[in-house]
Ligand binder design. Structure first.
Ligand code: HDD
Length: 714
């Protein structure tokens, strides 16, 4: 966890790379890099510490002669290189992460004795890893998939890992089905297709045969599966956990992370294009935000259910395919998490971090959720093969800040050099140390919650887990009309890629028809299947007709357009003053304006100045932006109107429902493109228009435009 980065200059110090003095900028960049590197001023050496004189040539018998086996320098280098890769995670292989801290809002001792939740002054370091589930390490960031949201709290009482997802439920109810589910969703075994997505036969074969997946699958077909940014996702602990206070009183809780940036997604066409045009879209967005000081922030909250209310709901709290609607049990905020430091080294930190839902601290405990119980075994087991043995807790990113003395010894890659003679307990040689700490109210040893269990040993699914459709229906009914259409399209797209017709039919008739007949009928029509009959499963209708908290539209965030990327399209002849005014207006809202030219070369303004650009319009296409502005300047507007790339940029931005502001002289450009002004397509460059543009970006997308945008070619 140690890092010299905190002293290093921040990228934000390089703000203003618009300066024409590129040489100066380059020197600044070099200084920045050197300050970061721990090799600055150091000699190149072998792993054994020998200084290397020549890193260019293998030792040979004569300049044109054969290489010599005795070249230990070359062999050490190649041997190490040959073993650079470790097995990637079986699921969640593609990920990124960041360091930060957690701070409690207050003293939550009535709820839990966990030390990091007692004191608002206490700052607990955290490391977060976000991930996709299906794809390998090199797959695209914006595929349709669940996102992992794993947080390691380095508390004074030991590490607490909250290993959740950006969806509050899961595909299966029992861990014994996890390998089946993962084999089905992973690329097909004969050709390893598709990479990163679920639009293929084996996934839909499995989920259409396993109705308990219906709820999670509809989440995966919703906009939640294509987030705009990792910073704009909710996170969920999924299972019901227990919090226990110093008096031993336990409450059931569901953990929630609420992003200050709001909950937002991209459109499906955008997601697919981004997967090619910027494969690293999400990891870039996260690291850029942190680098520029726009630190992502989430609120940690819990839904609290007193033990006495365990059976009060029309679903089982132990069933991980169910959520507790926030309208029934609101989320109580506990504290905030801020991510403020990028990792120094991807492999050492993001690849080697090892999470486990079984890493808990006093004051937190499990429930009998059979999915959670299986996870408690799986994670440590997987690290043993992934990280080469049971000593992965010694890897810097996994080390607790709390001391961890015990009598475990040896094994692969042991780093600690133990000095005592006694590695057993009880012992007298080392004075009996390390010793147990009796369980106690505060700072006591870990004590499991004393739950009475008196039952037959059986393999059986509880009857209380048998309603698979009510909450899937509640989810669909709670969506806005736009979101419902996206879900219909997502099922149609994915099932349209399924080659076996009987699988499509089964999903429509046996799953979708039991969720909602209109949904099933719309998907059936798109697939050319006969209209489905009403579902035969008599699932209880939940008392709640809708749960507004489930719709992303009801999570706008609290940061306005802070950090949103806005493209300014410019060409030779652009009005420099107009660019200046727009950039200043955006910066006043802490947005991130970027100047895009026809090429990467500076643009000549109408005033005759050379204006450096951030990128070319081809280099940073519209899918990488949240909004588009076209500044004034007749020659510039004419040049944009004659450029296929610029026109495509605008049309695509329009299709993806983005806010667009065009200077008054640009009316002809809009007319030529056949675009009509609307709530988010604005003509003008006065203060009022700029504020309307800002409002439109703040609303994330111009949803009213979605039907009109259908006509624009993709
Ligand atoms: Fe899992 C990784 C989340 C069910 C077995 N899981 C993994 C990660 C996340 C989750 C976020 C990536 C952690 C990281 O960034 O390193 N998993 C979940 C959630 C689940 C869930 C929210 C259901 C509520 N998982 C689940 C089950 C099993 C596993 C039922 C096995 C019985 N998960 C694993 C694993 C992984 C993993 C194979 C792969 C790499 C790793 O653990 O470290 O053990």
């Amino acid at each position: 966890m140690s890092s010299n980065r905190t002293d290093a200059p921040k990228q934000s110090e390089l703000a203003g790379t618009q300066t024409p003095d590129r040489a100066n900028t380059n020197t600044k960049l070099q200084n920045l890099e050197q300050a970061r590197s721990d090799a600055t001023g150091q000699a190149l050496r072998t792993n054994q510490g020998v200084r290397i004189a020549d890193n260019q040539n293998t030792l040979k018998a004569g300049a044109r002669g054969p290489s010599l086996l005795e070249d230990f320098i070359m062999r050490e280098k190649i041997t190490h290189f040959d073993h650079e890769r470790i097995p990637e995670r079986i699921v969640h292989a593609r990920g990124t992460g960041a360091h930060g801290y957690f701070q409690s809002y207050g003293n939550h001792s009535a709820l839990t004795k966990a030390g990091f939740l007692q004191d608002p002054e206490k700052v607990t370091p955290v490391f977060v890893r976000f991930s996709t589930v299906q794809g390998p390490r090199g797959s695209g960031d914006t595929v349709r998939d669940v996102r992992g949201f794993a947080v390691k709290f380095y508390t004074d009482e030991g590490n607490f890992d909250l290993v959740g997802n950006n969806m509050p439920v899961f595909f299966i109810q029992d861990a014994i089905k996890f390998p089946d589910f993962v084999h089905a969703v992973k690329p097909e075994p004969h050709n390893e297709i598709p990479t990163g997505g679920s639009a293929h036969d084996t996934f839909w074969d499995f989920v259409s045969l396993v109705p308990e997946s219906a709820h999670m699958v509809i989440w995966a077909m919703s906009d939640r599966a294509i987030p705009r940014s990792l910073r704009m996702m909710e996170g969920f602990g999924v299972h019901t956990f227990r919090l226990i206070n110093a008096e031993g009183v336990a409450s059931f809780v569901k953990f929630h992370w609420k992003p200050r940036q709001g909950v937002h997604s991209v459109l499906w066409d955008e997601a697919q294009k981004l997967a090619g045009k910027d494969t690293d879209y999400h990891r870039r967005d996260l690291s850029e935000a942190i680098e520029t000081g726009d630190y992502p922030e989430w609120e940690l909250g819990v839904q609290i259910v007193p033990e006495a209310d365990e059976h009060k709901f029309d679903f089982d709290l132990l069933d991980p395919t169910k959520l507790i609607p926030e309208e029934l049990v609101p989320v109580t905020p506990l504290g905030k998490m801020v991510l403020n430091r990028n990792p120094d080294n991807y492999f050492a930190e993001i690849e080697q971090v090892a999470f486990c839902p079984g890493h808990i601290v006093p004051g937190i405990d499990f429930t009998n959720d059979p999915l959670l119980q299986g996870r408690l075994f799986s994670y440590t087991d997987t690290q043993i093969s992934r990280l080469g043995g049971p000593n992965f807790h010694e890897i810097p990113i996994n080390r607790p800040v709390a001391p961890n003395h015990n009598n475990q010894r040896d094994a692969m890659h042991r780093q600690t050099i133990h000095k005592g003679r006694a590695s057993y307990e009880p012992n007298s040689i080392d004075g009996g140390w390390p010793k147990e700490t009796p369980a106690g109210p505060q700072d006591g040893g870990f004590e499991s919650y004393q739950e009475r269990v008196d039952a037959h040993k059986i393999r059986e699914r509880s009857e209380s887990f048998s309603d698979h459709f009510s909450q899937a229906r509640l989810f669909f009914k709670s969506m806005s009309p736009n979101e419902q259409q996206h879900i219909i399209k997502a099922y149609s797209f994915e099932l349209g890629k399924v080659e076996r017709e009987y699988i499509r039919e089964r999903q429509v008739n046996e799953i979708l028809a039991n969720i909602d007949l209109d949904l099933a009928a719309a998907v059936a029509e798109n697939l050319g299947l006969p209209a489905p009959k009403a579902g035969t499963v008599k699932a209880p209708q939940s008392k709640l007709k809708t749960s507004p908290a489930l719709s992303q539209m009801n999570h706008p965030g609290t940061v306005g357009i802070k950090g949103r990327k806005i493209a300014l399209l410019i060409a030779n002849g652009v009005d420099g003053a107009s660019v200046d005014t727009l950039v200043k207006a955006l910066e006043a809202h802490s947005a991130r304006p970027m100047l895009l030219g026809p090429t990467s070369a500076p643009v000549k303004t109408a005033e005759g100045k050379a204006l450096p650009v951030d990128a070319s319009m081809e280099g940073m296409p519209s899918v990488m932006f949240d909004g588009i502005l076209v500044p004034d300047g007749k020659a510039s507007l004419d040049a944009l109107g004659a450029s296929g790339v610029a026109k495509h940029f605008l049309l695509e931005g329009y299709k993806h429902l983005k806010a667009i502001g065009v200077a008054p002289q640009g009316k002809a450009l809009l007319d030529a493109l056949g675009l009509k002004t609307d709530k988010g397509l604005l003509l003008g460059d006065d203060q009022k228009t700029v504020e309307a543009f800002v409002k439109a970006v703040e609303a994330h997308r111009v949803w009213e435009r979605e039907a009109a945008a259908e006509a624009i070619p993709a």
